[in-house]
Design a protein around this ligand. Structure first.
Ligand SMILES: Cc1ncc(COP(=O)(O)O)c(C=O)c1O
Length: 411
């Protein structure tokens, strides 16, 4: 007899427990039983210090602590305060000044930007395209609102961006759909740590332009959740000018989040920012995405908007925040390099890695290998095509220790 459930599934597959949180719970249980030293919990998508404590930028906390009740108690406008919109554009683009129309609409983190883009730039039943290594939450967000995710093979046999696979897939989808949304998570992609090169970008945009022609509509969501922890901010923003003034039926939307950059994960703040040569499309972007915001989360936290505004209104404070982040970014980059170096040394194949919170190992039976490692106190996230290691959540020493252990579990 099937189990009685009160809720309506509405075509969604709803697991009993989120996979990553479930594994993290097992790691915590083992820590309670055997102690911290016996467990390496490399499942967490947040930056932790070497003792396993959440890294929180003290310069940001100080601003937060000094807010007035009005700063956080009052509703924010649906699309965000005007000052926030100005500040978040500066945070997103850095020193680059787009020569096209840009509009920012506040969202609860990058997640909200992804949801709002799917809701407004795809039709119900559409397939959203991303790479075969991808953040599984894209699937949940799309499925929740009657869409689904389909993938292309990210790398070719030489470990380079597989433009052929990308091209084939967009052409195939645009034969069936009038519009297409593509999610590109770069730089420092979750789960691989890969960053699209400028050449990759040229290939991506040429393929999209050719496939879209004049009458198909393509929304290009660039999920930059990890941009400020990837490496030098100017270097990692060099792709942005390529997005200005594309044909008007191709709409780049940047999903920017305060979660990692300002260590404000729990404050739920970010923005979706469009880049278009057409004023009407920019105005429409504001109208439709604000409508969806009102109908789902209404407005976002005013406190985080005021924090960002205060940081960008005060050059000294901005420098302080950037310096503090830079310190932790170096810690993170070192951990990633340690993992990469050690993997090469012991002969563990990893997916092309550049920087960021995660690295991945391709393998045939990730669940089984994951379980074997858990017995040894190592907790990783099994994905469809391999295992994900969060270098953000374990020390450099442990990043060096992991490759040999993973390789041994694969044998
Ligand atoms: C690939 C990717 N995109 C977007 C996000 C958005 O996070 P948030 O909604 O906290 O900004 C995350 C967070 O884990 C992520 O890994």
């Amino acid at each position: 007899m099937s189990e009685f459930i009160m809720a309506q599934a509405n075509g969604r597959t709803i697991p009993l427990e989120d996979k990553i949180f479930g594994i993290s719970r097992l790691a915590k249980e083992m820590i309670a039983e055997k102690g911290k030293d016996a467990v390496t919990n490399a499942t967490i998508g947040a930056l932790l210090d070497d003792e396993g404590k959440l890294v929180v930028l003290s310069s940001v906390v100080e601003v937060l602590r000094n807010l007035t009740p009005e700063d956080y108690a009052e509703y924010a406008p649906i699309g965000g305060t005007p000052e926030f919109k100005t500040s978040i554009k500066k945070a997103t683009f850095g020193s680059y000044e787009p020569k096209c129309f840009t509009e920012a609409v506040a969202t609860p983190g990058g997640t909200g930007a992804i949801r709002n883009t799917i809701a407004n730039y795809t039709a119900i039943g559409d397939q959203v395209l991303t790479s075969d290594w991808f953040w599984a939450t894209y699937n949940s967000i799309a499925g929740e609102i009657g869409r689904s995710v389909t993938t292309y093979t990210l790398f070719d046999k030489e470990g380079r961006f597989n433009v052929k696979a990308f091209e084939t897939k967009i052409n195939e989808l645009l034969m069936k759909q009038d519009s297409l949304m593509i999610i590109l998570n770069t730089p420092a992609h979750n789960p691989t740590g890969y960053t699209f090169t400028l050449e990759d970008w040229d290939q991506i945009l040429a393929a999209v332009e050719a496939a879209a022609g004049q009458d198909k509509k393509v929304a290009l969501l660039v999920d930059v959740a990890y941009i400020d922890f990837a490496g030098d901010g100017i270097e990692y923003r060099k792709f942005m000018p390529k997005l200005e003034n594309l044909p008007k039926n191709i709409l780049p939307i940047i999903a920017y989040s305060l979660s990692k950059t300002f260590t404000l994960y729990g404050m739920r703040c970010g923005a979706m920012i469009c880049m278009t040569p057409d004023k009407q499309i920019a105005d429409e972007f504001v109208r439709v995405t604000q409508f969806s915001a009102r109908a789902s989360w209404s407005n976002c936290t005013r406190a985080s908007m005021v924090v960002l505004t205060k940081i960008y209104d005060d050059l000294k404070l901005l420098e302080k925040v950037n310096e503090e982040r830079e310190f932790y970014r170096e810690v993170l980059v070192k951990r990633g390099k340690a993992f990469e170096e050690e993997a090469a040394k012991v002969g563990l194949e990893i997916v092309p890695f550049d920087s960021g919170f995660f690295a991945s190992i391709p393998c045939e039976n990730p669940d089984e290998i994951g379980k074997k490692l858990q017995a040894e106190g190592i907790f990783l996230v099994p994905l469809a095509k391999g295992l994900r290691v969060s270098v953000a959540s374990v020390s450099e020493e442990r990043c060096r220790m992991l490759p040999a252990k993973i390789l041994a579990a694969m044998k």
